[in-house]
Each structure stands twice: as C-alpha cells, then as structure tokens.
Design a protein around this ligand. Sequence first.
Ligand code: ADP
Length: 413
Amino acid sequence: MTERLKDDPVTILRRAFPGMDPPDLQELANVALFQSYPDDTVLCREGAMEDNTLYVVVNGQVEVSKQFDKETEGVLHVLGPGDFFGEMALVLGSARTATVKARGPIRVLEIHQEDFQRVLERSAPLAIRLVLRVTDRLRDADEKRISELRSKNIELAQAYSVLERLDKNKSDFIGVAGHELRTPLTVITGYANMLKSNPLLEESEQTLELADGIISGINRMHGIVNSLLDIAKIDSQTLDVRQVPVSIAILIKNVHARFEEDLEERDLTFETVNLSSLPFVMGSSDLLFKAFFHLIANAIKYTPDGGRITVSGQVVTGDHGKEFVEVVVADTGIGIDLEDHELIFEKFYQTGELALHSSGVTKFKGGGPGLGLAIAKGAVVAHDGEIWVESKGHDEQQLPGSRFYVRLPLEPH
Ligand code: ADP
C-alpha cells in the first residue's frame, strides 16, 4: 500500500529529516522542486557521476538495486513516501553507488547539491540523519552481500560434493576397467608371442609383420592399462612410496634408453645438464621413473622433428630452508597456453583437438589417453614434491617450448 503525503514540502521534508530546525526546513523547502516521473524511470544510475540531486519520495515507490557482479543485480530495498535517496553520492562526492528506478508513476521532491550542502553546513540534525542513513545503507548492502555469499557457498559446496562423488565413481570405474582388461590382455600377449615364434610363420615375412603389428598394439594397450591402474592407485592414495636412495642421473639415463630409437627417428637431440652432481633423493625409483617417463614422452611428442630436449638439475633451497632437488625437463616444442598450465595435470585433460591424437605415442602430437601428467603429478606429490610447468603459450610456428619443473625434497618425508 502506498501512502499519499500532503503535498506540502515542509511536511514531507520534516518526515524525511526529523529534528531539523524550522528555519532550516523552510530553507530546504524553498529550494526543493516537485517532479513527476512515469513507471520505470531510472532516477540514479549506479556508477554515474553527472547528476547530483537528492530525492525525497512524495508518492509512489522506487526500488534501489545494485549490480553485484556481471550477472547478478540485486534489489537492496524499496522506498516509499517520506524516504530519501541519492544522498550517498552527495555526501561522498562520488559516483552513484546504486540504481534507483520508479516502481509505477512517482512524484518526488528534488534538491540540488549546492542548495542541500548550504543547509547541511548549518544543520547538525540533518548531518546526523545523513550519516546514520549512509551507514545503515552500507550495512544493509553488506548484510545482503554476505547472505548472498553464504547461499552461493552452500550451492558451491553441494556442487563440489556431487563432483567428488562423480569423480570417485570415475576412479572406481578406471580401477575396475584396468583390472578387467589386464587379464585378457595378458592372454592375448601370450598367444601373440606363441604365434610369432611359430616356425610355420617364419616362412612368410608378411605374416611375421602382422604378428609384430599385433604385439606392438598389445604393448601399447598394456601401457594404457598400466596407466589406468596407476591413476586408480593415485586416486585411492595407495601408491607405494618406498624409501630407497634414488639417483636422478641413473633414472633419467634409463628413461632415455627407453626412447633412444624414437629420439633418433624424430631427429631430436636429448641432453642432460648437471644430473650426475645431484645428491640421491629418498623415494621409489619405480614411481619416479614413471614421472620422468611421462614428462620425457610428452617432450618428445610435443616437439617437432629436429628439436631439443634438455633435462637439467640443481639443488635449491625452498621456504624454511628446506632443500630440494629440482629437475627441469625442457623442450623446444609447441608450448602450452597459460590457462592450461594447471588443468593439464588433471586426468584425461588434453588440449587441442582430440582428432589429432590417433598415431603413435612418440609421434609428433601422437596419441595418448591424457593420463601421463596426472600420473607424473601423483608420483611427485606422493614424494611430498611439487610439479609445475612454465611456457609462454601454445604456438606451433614460433615453438616457445615448455619447461616442466619437478621438485623433490632431500630430507626423507
Ligand atoms: P597425453 O596423453 O594427451 O599426452 P598428458 O597428461 O601427458 O596426456 O598431457 C596432457 C596434455 O598436456 C597434452 O594433451 C598436451 O596438450 C599437453 N602437454 C603435455 N606435455 C606437453 C609438452 N611438453 N609440450 C606441449 N604440450 C604438452
């Protein structure tokens, strides 16, 4: 129900600013102008500097709203006869802090900034009223914001728990699929090897080639199944981190040996810097092998023919004087966009077009299930270590390259 006030400016102003002395009220009334506006008129626009008018509602209602972020605009309050608005910009000398819009046709009293300030300088009750109103409004806006944030937080927590459940289902499925696939794969491997060593086949070069093709396909599937099982272990935090001294130099040498043919085939230079002077780290050579295996496989995969892969190491001191062995796997490849620097360590996350991922594991931009970096991260984190990437971005012409950092603590964890 909107209430109609008697159209006498002094009555209206007294209601808006109680306690003001009659002469001050009269002076304010003398400079106040009645104005009428149709429904939906915007009287103050959030962020606007231009109009510095104070409004007192005579009849009708206005709604005061605020843009909280790009998408959400919230109505802070609805004002009716005897309420005033527009005082924040006057008092603070700043832009409008909210938008005020007519809800239906309205009539207001308008007082311009200079006139208002003249009276304000003299009238303590007016100043106090304004200060109270400004603080009230600030508190209202805060409370509204806090309650909105609270409900957003609840929504986020709910969404997060659903995602966690889904991720757990995914991890369980990965584990089951890995185990289920391993048994028939082992059987097929056995048969394929028997087939290859069958003397009857030795006579036909073409059939031998077919058997080799089957075996290399199976090996690749083995690799994927093992990766699935590794991920399942990482997700269920059942990785076995044995505490034995591990030489990074020997580890990298072993990984290099696994890729020697591929490096040669792709005309890639592989070099190591300063690895032999590194101290041993305590951990599992099996898991660390996997971490560097995937990092170096990726360096090969995402570097065009003729490029260079460098693995370097040094001892660094982190926070609280803690010492780490830091190993960097650097390539001269296609690089990684900034927005992907964290996401690539998530399982199954791949950048670019999946259609490209169809050929061999060490072919340029060759295939892969998107698990390599998740495994590398799982292995490093299980050692209380850190892994991250630095790259200026993805560019297949300029080839900015990528640098993967692995930090492993020197003291046993
Ligand atoms: P994938 O099986 O696709 O290689 P990874 O988890 O090993 O899965 O890597 C995830 C994604 O990170 C890759 O699809 C690729 O886009 C990007 N990536 C990883 N290593 C490199 C690198 N050295 N250079 C450029 N991109 C890389």
